[in-house]
Design a protein around this ligand. Structure first.
Ligand SMILES: *Cc1c(COP(=O)(O)O)cnc(C)c1O
Length: 414
């Protein structure tokens, strides 16, 4: 059996070439693409304002600053990247962790209802793995209690709940165009909001930042090229896979850390100065060039999700995400949960499949966030048990079937 990689970027040779051409011709900052992208997304998402941001996390920081008075609470899921929590803190708010639902890995609306109080400024929801949160309930709770709603749609660009795009339900919504996302400008993001005053405030702050410098941008771009080469299937099978499989099976930290995000979470009470940048017209052109493919890619991932679901749904030992084909769940991955995750991963690697754990932590338990610790037992169990089955559009149904067969085999349900 010869595996496909656990992940591939949504980049392409054509887009790297576009970057190289723009850089060589000194055209990085030329043109009106930022405005074009903003107007296009205002239309597509159905919001009054879309504003280019250097990264999603900076968008979250700016949105919290614009919407939440200093010292007020922001209720959020602890099962997210730690820098999102940092941005809430850096923006002057107090994070309050609300436990998740096991099945979706997303914030539990009942917990939100319980935790919102007179000191709460906003609820920040994350549509993790491209699975929409329960927006009808969350919108109703926030409206009734008079608190702001912010949506982290960094993993769900293109998904919609009841036909309405994610990020358009709240007082602000944030997309990411980072290197690992389904639409990528290497670095990049977008803040959307229905409010004129919020848009004005976010724009004013961003106008004070310089554009991305050439060298940090090129460094990240080269990282993307290296990842694309290493995960190019012929090379991956001959070389990359063998090395990382060896690292996994022999527990070699140096190798394993190369493929682990969130290995070393740290508290930041201030936003790093390197985050304070503006997206360039070159980056906006990259995003504009990808918008036409977003829906097809979602359809491809939903088809993989369906196949996983059909193959695994009779197993009580495996907790599956809900299966929806109405575009509310766009399955950035197909996250399954099993009790002995490490043993399952070992079984898959031993049988030559490349699949990874979700490395996100339960931030409510992290030492660096001890000041805001809360007991979130479901987030704790989730963080220990999620395995991310691949769904990227260049994956194959044959590999999905192999994954399914080996999961069944592991559980003695072949
Ligand atoms: C990637 C990601 C972010 C951060 O996006 P950047 O553009 O890298 O800042 C925030 N939240 C979630 C859920 C993400 O997956």
């Amino acid at each position: 059996m010869m595996p496909l990689p656990r992940y591939r970027l949504y980049t392409s040779a054509r887009r790297y070439a576009a970057v190289a051409r723009d850089v060589a011709a000194g055209r990085r900052l030329a043109g009106t693409a930022c405005g074009e992208l903003e107007r296009t997304l205002e239309q597509q998402v159905g919001v009054a304002h879309a504003i280019c941001a250097p990264r999603a996390r900076v968008g979250i920081y700016l949105a919290v600053r614009a919407l939440v008075p200093p010292g007020r609470k922001v209720v959020l899921s602890p099962y997210t990247i730690s820098d999102v929590v940092n941005m809430v803190i850096a923006a002057g708010a107090v994070p309050v962790f609300a436990d998740v639902q096991r099945e979706t890995c997303n914030i539990d609306p009942s917990e939100v209802e319980r935790l919102v109080d007179d000191d709460t400024g906003a609820v920040l929801v994350t549509h993790l793995h491209g699975l929409a949160c329960e927006m009808d309930r969350l919108v109703a709770i926030c409206r009734e209690r008079g608190v702001r709603l912010i949506e982290d749609a960094a993993q769900s660009f293109g998904a919609r709940f009841d036909g309405r795009p994610l990020a358009s339900f709240g007082d602000a919504g944030i997309f990411s165009f980072g290197l690992y996302k389904n639409v990528t400008s290497i670095f990049g993001g977008m803040v959307v909001t229905p409010h004129d005053d919020v848009a004005e405030r976010v724009r004013t702050e961003l106008d004070g930042f310089a554009h991305f410098g050439l060298s940090p941008y090129l460094r990240e771009t080269l990282g993307g090229v290296a990842t694309d080469i290493a995960t190019w299937p012929p090379l991956f099978r001959a070389f990359t896979y063998r090395i990382f499989r060896f690292g996994f099976l022999h527990d070699i930290g140096l190798l394993n850390n190369q493929v682990t995000v969130e290995a070393n979470p740290q508290l930041r009470r201030e936003i790093p100065s390197t985050y304070l940048r503006r997206m360039t017209p070159m980056q906006s052109r990259l995003v504009l060039d990808q918008l036409a493919h977003v829906d097809d890619n979602i359809r491809a991932r939903i088809a993989f999700a369906k196949r996983y679901h059909d193959g695994l749904r009779d197993l009580p030992e495996v907790l599956l995400p809900p299966l929806r084909d109405d575009f509310s769940h766009m399955y950035t991955y197909f996250p399954i949960q099993v009790e002995d995750r490490q043993a399952l991963l070992r079984h898959l690697q031993q049988h030559h499949l490349d699949v990874a754990a979700q490395h996100l932590k339960n931030c409510a338990d992290l030492e660096c966030f001890a000041d805001w610790a809360r007991d979130c037992p479901r987030a704790r169990a989730t963080a220990d048990s999620v395995v991310l089955l691949p769904t990227y559009p260049r994956y194959s149904l044959a590999d999905v079937d192999d994954n399914v067969r080996l999961v069944r085999d592991f559980l003695g349900r072949g």
